[in-house]
Design a protein around this ligand. Sequence first.
Ligand SMILES: Cc1cc2nc3c(=O)[nH]c(=O)nc-3n(C[C@H](O)[C@H](O)[C@H](O)COP(=O)(O)OP(=O)(O)OC[C@H]3O[C@@H](n4cnc5c(N)ncnc54)[C@H](O)[C@@H]3O)c2cc1C
Length: 303
Amino acid sequence: MEEAFRRLSGSLDGELRRDEPMARHTSWRIGGPAALFAVCDTLKDLGLVTRVLAEESVPFTAVGKGSNLLVADEGYAGAVVTLGRGFMRHSVGEGRLEAGAGTALAFVVQEAFREGLDGLAFAVGIPGTVGGALAMNAGSKDEWIGELVESVTVFVPGEGLRRLRGSEVEWGYRTSSLPGEGIIVECVLSVCSGEPVRIRAEMDRNFRMRRNTQPVGKASAGSVFKNPGEDSAGRLIETAGLKGARLGDAVVSTVHANFIVNEGDATAADVLGLVRRIQMTVKEIHGVELRPEIRFLGTPKEA
Ligand SMILES: Cc1cc2nc3c(=O)[nH]c(=O)nc-3n(C[C@H](O)[C@H](O)[C@H](O)COP(=O)(O)OP(=O)(O)OC[C@H]3O[C@@H](n4cnc5c(N)ncnc54)[C@H](O)[C@@H]3O)c2cc1C
């Protein structure tokens, strides 16, 4: 790690940090230090960072805004690679919207509306970056970003840029078959012109739905578990009597039972302990195994 840090210091257009507290980079405001934290501003940065990390045998993970991540209290012994300014741009053309993977999804949603483009209203209120949304195939029950992807460009370490057509990628329920070792750098979304009044109405409806059914303003990572089949994880957790269940400062939201909120100083151990308790109780009462939707970084341990 020391050697990787030494070799990369002063060589990036972006930034390089040691022992960066990941609590600063997750919507849960939880997580110990990443041994190395590289903000890559250019493709040159990505090439250099991934080459040096490979040569020094340092593992890495791409992170967007950390809105779907539980990072261990002990932190992550590898490198976090995140996209900086050079990957935060967008352009709009005939029936298409091109966006850098570091761009906030919320910004892209607003820009699409400003340009009178339809198709992204489902994403109102989904935090995170375009890259994170593609990696997770973010969306609602009925619509997800993968459906709009005309092409996606991934930086594959040791290989370079790989451009995939949207139809070449398998878009599953909060998963995609994009190369796991790759870093998504940009995408082209297929969008068509729509009636602004109708788009605005749909965006407002989605916004209101979130405000009325989710613990807006509280530190969370959205839905913790995937919905099993046609059932709802939130319903199963609520009817298992777990709304308001608490471990340390991690609490099952009283507004939406599939959200765990950080009421102050929750740790990853608290959240994971609560996750296990929910899984056991729901299994006992409903006979259903809930699977996490959130992703893990490092090795969180249960409280
Ligand atoms: C209040 C709230 C509401 C939410 N509502 C929804 C919702 O309605 N629907 C929904 O789908 N999700 C929802 N989420 C979850 C989350 O916002 C999405 O999964 C989001 O797309 C994650 O983006 P991110 O940039 O924060 O990714 P991160 O959390 O940083 O990362 C998530 C995963 O993507 C990978 N990743 C990130 N960037 C890249 C990249 N450039 N290249 C390769 N891999 C990458 C990471 O390695 C990780 O595995 C919600 C979260 C919150 C806090």
